[in-house]
Design a binder for this molecule. Structure first.
Ligand SMILES: [Zn+2]
Length: 188
């Protein structure tokens, strides 16, 4: 269901007032509507049709080598603070008859990133969907991201990057496969 933009704008307006702002000053006049629009976009992963994204991008391929897509840009919102975290996602998988269009892998990342997330869960969800929906023999997902909730507030660790990984199927069972993946994405 589409969120009610007018209702969100009203809530943002109340929030601005509570924060001590003058909602009638020029720069803020249309801010509630803009924030509502931005939030709707940044959470459109809840409403995306995953099956549609996947079915449009599957191609038959019989080669069995590892497929790596590196440096997929990632932007998400942490569910604890609703502040952005951003970075790169690397995906590797060994196909079992089907490969996934490269640009669609990036789209898949967006489907899960455009929600309130935990980096760990996001990593897990992407690997699960590649394993189950593409029917890969194995998959590895590695995400490197910076969290504004850490950089701007609290501990203020400006330079720390959080790294999470999820390996499934042969990537989990076979050390050499896992090492190959980490080598190819430049983490070893
Ligand atoms: Zn946070």
């Amino acid at each position: 269901m589409e969120p009610n933009a007018a209702k969100i704008a009203g809530l943002v307006r109340d929030l601005l007032i509570e924060l001590g702002e003058d909602v009638n000053r020029e720069g803020l006049l249309r801010t509630p509507e803009r924030v509502a629009k931005a939030l709707k976009f940044l959470t459109n992963g809840y409403r995306a049709d995953l099956r549609h994204v996947i079915n449009q991008a599957l191609f038959t391929q019989t080669t069995g080598g590892m497929v790596i897509v590196k440096d997929i840009e990632l932007y998400s919102l942490c569910e604890h603070h609703m502040l952005p975290f951003y970075g790169r996602c690397h995906i590797g998988y060994i196909p079992d008859g089907k490969v996934f269009g490269v640009s669609k892998l990036a789209r898949l990342v967006d489907v899960f990133a455009r929600r309130l997330q935990l980096q760990e869960r996001l990593t897990e969800q992407i690997s699960q969907v590649v394993l189950e929906e593409i029917g890969a023999k194995g998959v590895g997902v590695l995400i490197e991201a910076r969290h504004l909730c850490m950089m701007m507030r609290g501990v203020e660790k400006q330079n720390s990057t959080m790294v999470t990984s999820s390996v499934l199927g042969v990537f989990r069972d076979n050390l050499a496969t896992r090492e190959e993946f980490l080598n190819l994405v430049g983490r070893k």
